[in-house]
Design a protein around this ligand. Sequence first.
Ligand code: NAP
Length: 248
Amino acid sequence: MELENNKIIITGASSGIGMALTNEFLKYRNNTIIAVGRNEKKLIQLSSLSNNIIPFKCDLADPLQLEEFVLFIEKEHRDANILINNAGIQFNYHFLDEQHITSKIKLELDTNLSAPIALIGLLLPTLKLNYQPAIVNISSGLALSPKKQAPVYCGTKAALHIFTKSLRYQLEDVGIRVFEIIPPLVDTEMTKGRGTGKISPEDLSREFIKKFKINQYEIPIGKVKWLKLIGRLSPSLTDFIMKKGGEN
Ligand SMILES: NC(=O)c1ccc[n+]([C@@H]2O[C@H](COP(=O)([O-])OP(=O)(O)OC[C@H]3O[C@@H](n4cnc5c(N)ncnc54)[C@H](OP(=O)(O)O)[C@@H]3O)[C@@H](O)[C@H]2O)c1
């Protein structure tokens, strides 16, 4: 992938990994970021950092707002060529204790799985018209070996992981590249007060960009490289480690 002259949609750009990816892409010449999130204040703060950040307030878990966003891209940014599906949420709870289980299940599925898939489906006709179209999905090490506190989150990430692989097979013949970032525990709002040994979102972004540049489509970051390797030799060992230890 050429790292310059791209118009990149980044969902969840207002914090954590999305914000670090935004800053990383802005180091390269003539990139524009369309930054999507729910919190308008955070988006305005972000866009004040550069004229090349275009904020768009959107709750992607709301199908009507998602469609409004797609219309905005079709009308005003038909030159967008990269979609980074980064927005995500995580709830930690026990299935026997949670009082609001149906609303929590729905919100996690909508945000982490349905929205990225719908965005890809609706934006592909636009992306494919442009130079080096690409999709980047963010899954998790928990897609490979889950932890016990967040079965729905782990399920959404495992589904996104397999979806991404299958979509890559479909789109490789038409020249649309499909990438997946598989992060370890990263120090962001999502993991505040939980876990140890976190990497920074900036380190993740630097590692990602090196692999993105050389078209490595599946990009395990940091400790996830080890997780994949050990998982091949002894899946029960990685399951044991992640069940309690992978508290991200
Ligand atoms: N942190 C980790 O250890 C880790 C590990 C593996 C994978 N990941 C994945 O990495 C991605 C980014 O996570 P993060 O750690 O950077 O979390 P974060 O700091 O909490 O950021 C999440 C971002 O998603 C946005 N967002 C959430 N729900 C949204 C919705 N319905 N519509 C639009 N935007 C929404 C948030 O913005 P608003 O609140 O303004 O909407 C925020 O910008 C997620 O997909 C997460 O699952 C994280």
